[in-house]
Design a binder for this molecule. Structure first.
Ligand SMILES: C=C(O[C@@H]1C=C(C(=O)O)C=C[C@H]1O)C(=O)O
Ligand SMILES: [Mg+2]
Length: 468
């Protein structure tokens, strides 16, 4: 059903008057309903206009797709430990003064920021991650939201106290160019020149050292060890092509991309961190892995082996205990099945336990939940602080935004974050891919190496890797 819609020019004039009266810069945000539009085409179509800052987000069942173009404002910080509070504070301040026109009671409509946080502000820093800081969120100029088949467009403009209608007119012109232009998917191809797994043997040796530590130190239960791959391409890689491939190949995952400067952090993650919609909180525990089978019977036998495997169940249970504790701190009526189920992705199967709860205080935004949950023992370890210290010493790399929360927050503090795994950072004709695994005292370093090899596959395939 179409709502009666206020005119964007009239609303903009109200925002301008507010900016003048308050003598400050404020956000004008306007949401309207649209006819259907293909989200990937929308993402590609605006490349020439908004090439620097774009984002893409799709949840596993397609119930929510968000595509952002350009940045009306970018929230970023070098603050480490306090990066979650910093972004929340800045966003609240922005919203406090904003003029929001949104007649729809639909999640994702109205002003939304999209971005993520660094995994560990105290880890070593590598230059490829510099443009992402310790947190980076875009408030897009134009944002497409597809919520259960309903399509919306949100326009965000910053109004200064001495502005006239010029900015809006310019914006409307850009919008017409996008919608009247030939909206098409990308036709570019990706050609890998060279794939390079970094220090394989050194990594296996580090995992063996971590296993020794886990055996020695009774209080240390789990450490997640990751490694990376470098890829060189013959030409610059088009982010939209990678997204198109992920969309086709990993449709059962969260698919995300966050672009800034000459960098695109993208991936297809099976793992939700947390979702908040009003007082409803949903989280997920995902840990414990096995490959897919070549036949249905082999696949089922592997799933059963995973379910009954003590090492994997232990690895999984450590995640459930921690997430349950955090969610219980915030929620009533917490619902957690006693036994995990097996989640099957294209390349891998995981043990999975969903967590649902009703938040006690619905004034709390999603930010404190993200802060408290990150890193879960699926990405860090148990106990968290000790595990992070070991990761810093043994991994000897900068995870950047890999294994971190990535997602969106709206102007009411609702939103959703996935854990940014099965991901990679693309920089023109170079990419860095990341994969990790939960190491426990009965881990076999060679098996863990093989597990990470499987976890590179989704990104490798989307980038045109041939040996898959
Ligand atoms: C760390 C990753 O995956 C995590 C580790 C898992 C495991 O060790 O069994 C399973 C799922 C994820 O929580 C990754 O994909 O890089
Ligand atoms: Mg594992």
């Amino acid at each position: 059903m179409k709502m009666e819609q206020m005119d964007i020019v009239d609303e903009y004039k109200i925002a301008l008057t507010k900016a003048k009266n308050k003598n400050k810069t404020l956000l004008f945000s306007y949401t309207e309903q649209l006819n259907n539009i293909d989200p990937l085409s929308f993402y590609s179509s605006a490349k020439a206009i908004f090439q620097v800052e774009r984002f893409f987000w799709k949840v596993p069942n397609d119930e929510m797709i968000i595509v952002g173009l350009g940045s009306a404002h970018t929230f970023q910080t070098e603050v480490g430990e306090g990066r979650f509070e910093y972004i929340e504070r800045e966003w609240n301040q922005f919203i406090h003064d904003a003029h929001v026109y949104n007649p729809f009671d639909v999640q994702g409509t109205g002003p939304v920021i999209f971005g993520g946080f660094s995994f560990d502000p105290l880890s070593m820093k590598e230059s490829e991650w510099t443009p992402f800081y310790n947190a980076l969120f875009h408030l897009p100029k134009l944002m497409l939201i597809i919520n259960k088949q309903e399509v919306f467009l949100t326009t965000n403009i910053l109004c200064h106290s001495n502005d006239n209608l010029d900015k809006l007119n310019h914006h409307l012109k850009l919008k017409r160019e996008i919608f009247e232009g030939k909206v098409s998917k990308s036709i570019e191809n990706i050609n890998i020149k060279q794939e390079h797994e970094l220090n394989q043997q050194a990594w296996i040796d580090s995992v063996a050292e971590v296993v020794d530590l886990l055996k020695k130190e009774k209080k240390l239960n789990k450490v997640v060890m990751a490694r990376k791959m470098n890829i060189e391409f013959n030409d610059k890689v088009a982010a939209e092509k990678v997204l198109e491939n992920l969309w086709e190949e990993q449709h059962e995952s969260y698919i995300f991309a966050l672009e800034t400067e000459n960098s695109c952090f993208t991936g297809a993650s099976p793992e939700r961190l947390v979702k908040k919609n009003g007082n409803t909180i949903v989280s997920a525990c995902l840990a414990g892995s096995i490959k897919r089978g070549n036949s249905i019977s082999e696949d089922e036998a592997l799933a059963e082996a995973l379910f009954n495997d003590e090492k994997n169940r232990h690895e999984h249970q450590l995640v459930v205990s921690m997430i349950a504790e955090i969610i219980r701190k915030y929620c009533l009526n917490v619902d957690i099945p006693e036994l995990p189920s097996v989640m099957k992705m294209r390349d891998i199967q995981h043990l999975f336990t969903p967590v649902n709860g009703i938040i006690k205080d619905d004034h709390i935004s999603i930010f404190p939940l993200v802060k408290d949950l990150h890193p879960t023992p699926a990405m860090g370890g148990v106990p968290t602080i000790e595990a992070l210290q070991i990761i810093r010493e043994k991994e000897k790399m900068d995870r950047g935004f890999y294994a971190s929360p990535i997602g969106w927050v709206d102007y009411r503090g609702n939103g959703e974050f996935a854990v940014a795994i099965r991901s990679g950072l693309i920089k023109e004709n170079e990419a860095f891919l990341y994969a990790g695994c939960g190491v426990v005292s009965d881990s076999n370093p060679e098996d863990e190496y093989f597990e990470t090899k499987i976890k590179f596959r989704p990104m490798l395939r989307a980038l045109g890797g041939k040996k898959l």
